[in-house]
Ligand binder design. Sequence first.
Ligand SMILES: NC(=O)c1ccc[n+]([C@@H]2O[C@H](COP(=O)([O-])OP(=O)(O)OC[C@H]3O[C@@H](n4cnc5c(N)ncnc54)[C@H](O)[C@@H]3O)[C@@H](O)[C@H]2O)c1
Ligand SMILES: [Zn+2]
Ligand SMILES: [Zn+2]
Length: 364
Amino acid sequence: MKALVYGGPGIRTWTDVPDPVIHEPTDVIVRIDSSTICGTDLHILKGDVPAVQPGTILGHEAVGTIEEIGSAVTTLAVGDRVLVSCITSCGRCRFCREAKYGLCTGGGGWIFGHLIDGLQAEYARVPFAETSVYKVPEGLSDEDVLFLADILPTAYEVGVLNGRLEPGDTLVVVGAGPIGLATIMTAKLFTPARIVAVDLADSRLEKAREFGADVVINNGREDAVAKVLELTDGLGADLAVEAVGVPDTFELCTSLIRPGGRVANVGVHGHSATLHLETLWIRDVTITTGLVDTSTTPKLLKLIEERRLDPRLFATHHFALADTEAAYDVFADAATTSALKVVLAAHPVELEPGALREPALAGV
Ligand SMILES: NC(=O)c1ccc[n+]([C@@H]2O[C@H](COP(=O)([O-])OP(=O)(O)OC[C@H]3O[C@@H](n4cnc5c(N)ncnc54)[C@H](O)[C@@H]3O)[C@@H](O)[C@H]2O)c1
Ligand SMILES: [Zn+2]
Ligand SMILES: [Zn+2]
């Protein structure tokens, strides 16, 4: 089969590799129908995630069809269409029993395109399949559910739920990439009074408006703290979600919140940030961190089925799976291409490769 193979920092090739085979009775083999690229894949290519060995197939988000099942698999069958999520659950360890699948100590957690071969491939071996994949309901397309593999549960669980967002809150989302935009989309389920988006890129702030931000701040030109204080009678936001992953934006989030406010950190950080306890100790703040568990995937799937959420808005570009290398170029150059998420489809796509999809109506 063909797959996108990591060759060490800066090197990725769509090339021939051996077909995956069943290793454990709990495995299934999935034919990949649709996959996508994550900002984390770009981090890996920069060499920021040394656990990824050269030779590993990248990718941790896909929708596929089961081709083969291990001898212990009884609740899935050949031909089932399934969402293969970024998080795998052994179903047995202490953390999986608490639905904290991201912390799985039984061989699951974030393993695809990290510790084992990933999903930017024609086929993939999926371990612990029965406790890890989700059957796709009839009537939903690959694109309806693909972004449930990572960005939607990440933003919802690590941003909105960890941040304990409530109706009437002022929410500031720092970073309006796919994760920040998914935070805006899922935050609206809780009817915040006001959503403020902060980013350095005007193109991303435009997207934030499309997704439902009421106020946008370019913190390259404007003082975000002053503007948020002005909006909140000098108090600050109830919740700030950090969706970038650099020290500056974490520190900014801790200055944006009111006394008793919350910071929910979603960004993956490669450097230490300063925690200003000299000003924060007296302010009753709560700061949370986390890796996505994907425990809310069934609930989010229900919301998509009922059209209360429309993740198709994230799909800005479409490619054939065989054109994954070109898709990486477009995705990595988001500043010029305005890419949010690229859809890699195994079946012939209706649109020209790389064609920009007209976003559907925002604010579902
Ligand atoms: N915790 C988890 O489980 C988890 C899961 C997936 C992704 N992530 C992380 O979430 C973060 C966001 O992911 P993404 O895919 O949206 O990334 P992205 O790079 O596409 O978006 C980041 C956005 O931040 C903006 N930005 C950069 N520097 C800024 C600054 N100083 N001030 C304001 N805005 C700034 C950029 O313009 C961009 O729009 C990343 O760190 C990613 O690794 C975390
Ligand atoms: Zn990811
Ligand atoms: Zn486990």
